[in-house]
Design a protein around this ligand. Structure first.
Ligand code: ARG
Length: 297
C-alpha cells in the first residue's frame, strides 16, 4: 500500500515538473495562437495533475480501509472457526446446527468484524493443526491456554475459566484426586485432562477417547473408573446420565481462549478488540448466563 502511494506521488511530482518546463518554453512566442496553445497545454497539465491527485486520494482511502480491518481470513467475508462440537455447553449439536457459548461468542465476534461465521467440526486434537495450516481462522473450543500450545499458535485474551474435575460413579471408592493412583482414567484425546493425567498417573492408566461423550459412556459401562474433563461439560454429562457425580476437589484451574495463527497477528488484534467490546457491553456475560443459568446472579 505504501509503495502505491509513493508511486502515485512520484507521478504527481513528475507532472508538476513537466508543467513548469512547458510554460517557459511556450512563453516567448508572442503570437495569439501560441498563447492559446500555451494556455491549452497548461490546462491539460492541470487536468492531468488533478487526475493524479484523485488517484492518490483513492489509494490513500483504500489503505485506510485496509488498516481499519488489517487482517485477512481463510475465506473472504467469513470467519471460519474450528471446534469439536461435543463439549456442552460450549459447543454441541442442536439438530444439525452447532450451538453453545463458543458458537455464540464467535458469531458476535464475526459480526463485529463484519464477517459471516462458519463453523467446522473436527476432532479436538486436529484444531491447532487446522489453525496453523490455514484451514480455519480460529480455534474456539473451550481450549485451554498452555505454554506448549503457545509454541504453535497465538491465544486471544481469555474469555472464560475452566476447571478440570473428576467424574465418578455415585458408589465409587474414589473420594478425591488422591485416590486416582492406579485407577483407569478416561479422557478426551489431546485435552489438558489427557496431558495432565498421562503425566501425573502414567499413560498406562489413561484411556483416550475422541469425544468426551465416549469417555463418559465408557465410565457408564465400567470400562474406566473415572473421567477427567472440564467442569461445565462434566455437569452436563452428569445431568444427562444417571448414577454419576463430580468430585468436590478441583484438579486444575485453567483459562479458555481463541487460538489464532501466529502468521495472522492483525486477526488476533481484531479478535481481542472485539472480545474486549463484548466483555464491556455485557454481551459475553449474557451469552454465558444463557447456557450456565446458575452463574447468572
Ligand atoms: N479445556 C480442555 C483443553 O483445552 C478441553 C477442551 C475440549 N474442547 C472441546 N470442544 N472438545 O484441552
Amino acid at each position: 500500500m505504501k509503495k502505491k502511494i509513493a508511486l502515485a506521488l512520484a507521478g504527481l511530482m513528475m507532472l508538476g515538473l513537466v508543467g513548469c518546463a512547458a510554460a517557459p518554453a511556450a512563453a516567448p512566442a508572442a503570437a495569439p495562437a501560441a498563447a492559446e496553445e500555451t494556455e491549452e497545454a497548461a490546462e491539460e497539465a492541470e487536468e492531468a495533475a488533478e487526475a493524479v491527485e484523485e488517484a492518490v486520494e483513492e489509494v490513500a482511502e483504500e489503505a485506510a480501509a485496509e488498516d481499519a480491518e488489517g487482517f485477512t481470513t481463510v475465506q473472504e467475508g467469513y470467519l471460519t472457526m474450528g471446534t469439536n462440537a461435543y463439549f456442552p455447553p460450549y459447543e454441541f449439536y442442536e439438530g444439525d446446527s452447532i450451538v453453545g457459548i463458543d458458537a455464540e461468542i464467535a458469531a458476535a465476534i464475526a459480526e463485529k468484524l463484519g464477517l459471516e461465521l462458519k463453523i467446522e467440526d473436527m476432532e479436538f486434537d486436529s484444531i491447532i493443526t487446522a489453525v496453523t495450516t490455514g484451514k480455519v481462522d480460529m480455534g474456539l473450543a473451550g481450549m485451554t491456554v498452555t505454554e506448549d500450545r503457545k509454541k504453535n499458535v497465538n491465544f486471544s485474551e481469555s474469555y472464560a475459566t475452566g476447571v478440570q474435575v473428576v467424574i465418578v460413579p455415585e458408589d465409587s471408592d474414589i473420594a478425591s484426586i488422591d485416590d486416582l493412583e492406579g485407577k483407569m482414567i478416561g479422557v478426551q484425546l489431546g485435552t489438558t485432562g489427557d496431558i495432565y493425567c498421562s503425566g501425573d498417573y502414567g499413560e498406562e492408566n489413561v484411556e483416550q477417547f475422541n469425544k468426551g461423550n465416549d469417555a463418559v459412556m465408557a465410565l457408564m459401562t465400567g470400562k474406566v473408573d473415572c473421567v477427567v474433563i472440564d467442569n461445565e461439560p462434566a455437569k452436563s454429562y452428569v445431568a444427562a446420565n444417571e448414577g454419576l457425580k463430580i468430585l468436590d476437589t478441583e484438579y486444575v484451574v485453567e483459562e479458555y481462549a481463541a487460538a489464532i495463527s501466529k502468521e495472522n497477528e492483525p486477526l488476533l488484534a481484531a479478535i481481542d478488540a472485539a472480545l474486549a467490546e463484548l466483555k464491556a457491553d455485557g454481551t459475553l456475560d449474557a451469552i454465558v448466563a444463557k447456557y450456565i443459568p446458575a452463574e447468572a446472579e
